[in-house]
Design a protein around this ligand. Sequence first.
Ligand SMILES: [Zn+2]
Length: 343
Amino acid sequence: MKLENVLKIEENAIHKVHEILSASNIKGKLLFITDPLIDGLYGTTVRDQLAQLVNLKSESVDNNSIAYSMSVAERVIATDVDYIVGLGGGKVLDVCKYAAYVSKRPFISIPTTMANDGIASPIAVLKRKDGKPKSLGCVKPTIIIIDTVLIKDSPIQFIKAGIGDTISNHMALMDWDFACTRNQDKMNGFAYLMSRASLDALMRTKYDTICPEFINVLANSLVLSGIAMDFAGSSRPVSGSEHLFSHALDYYCEQNNLHGIQVALGTVAVLKLLGLEYSEVLNYLKRFEVDINPKHLGISKEDFVLCMQKATTMRNNRYTYLHETNLETDVLSKLYDNLMEEL
Ligand SMILES: [Zn+2]
């Protein structure tokens, strides 16, 4: 039987897992996956509710490699598990998402952070054998349960990263439009509108602080961005030059920053490099105290220049403004210096 898609974003949703899943007629055998930290915080609350519905098996995740996710899929298949439930941040959820895809089981996702639009996307980022990240196409979660109070209590930097990832839709959509005018890509109008709606909902929010009501808006935006990717069949609606820059940072630099913060920096940096309007985006980031100053993020001038120059090599078939922009070292060095002063 195919499960209906369900999205619940509300206060104290973590206490309604039993109610939500029984309404979807979930029964049989279920694998519950979380990590030790989150298990200590919310594991018992969720596990107790699941145990009333299903034959429950639990697993604690300690890494996010492709090999580990494949091994989870193998155990799911070998032991006839019907569903996978993931409780945690991006690493746990990506392991579950890919394992669900490989094992062809529905994935029920309970995110504990809002750091990026991966919460509803059909893409998992896992580690290769050499430790480098790899984006893998899979399927989006069938059921998503987001507790806005729980998210409000999560580390603030993760929420700011979620804001940054949504804001980056601005640059991604401009790059997509640009690629189409150069006959380097095809437009999917509906996916474009979904990504735009995700961005606009966040930009137009009346809230000035990170309260549960604002978390609700942010969660809806991130989910909508994920669905836009699913509809387009790629990350194109939410990923342009700013994401290529972030991928280069992940690939070439030691310094680890949150993806959403890096793409927000990428958005402002590319807009400024192109001489385009960026004050609206920057003011919004400042309103929620999202710090994207490269120096504060530990990104040196050399790394910044290198990653802007390497950005266009990070993905095939992702044509952007950067492909036709002067990326000489002195231009980018000056950009870095200006950003340091302004951000
Ligand atoms: Zn992103």
